[in-house]
Design a protein around this ligand. Structure first.
Ligand SMILES: [Zn+2]
Ligand SMILES: [Zn+2]
Length: 87
């Protein structure tokens, strides 16, 4: 279930475009919404980042690589992407 305010927030994030493409200097890329998983915490509105299909579920993406390898490959964490580009 997505509430109205979540939908609004997601739309805003989708407009930012892929935060990893931004970080890598590729410019703006249309993005999916990726939920950051936090152990022991409920999903919240603030824990989503926009990622393009490749950086989301592709071979070089967070789901393709796994979170640890993803963070090692790009030298930054999901939280840093969130704090840098999404707040
Ligand atoms: Zn991307
Ligand atoms: Zn995801």
């Amino acid at each position: 279930m997505v509430t109205k305010s979540e939908k609004k927030h997601y739309d805003k994030l989708a407009q930012i475009g892929c935060v990893l493409c931004k970080h890598l200097g590729y410019g703006e890329t249309p993005a999916h919404i990726h939920h950051i998983r936090r152990l022991g915490m409920k999903r919240s509105n603030a824990d989503v980042i926009p990622l393009c299909p490749e950086h989301h579920v592709g071979k070089t993406g967070v789901h393709g690589l796994g979170r640890k390898a993803f963070e090692a490959t790009y030298g930054l964490t999901e939280d840093e992407l969130l704090n840098t580009y999404c707040l």
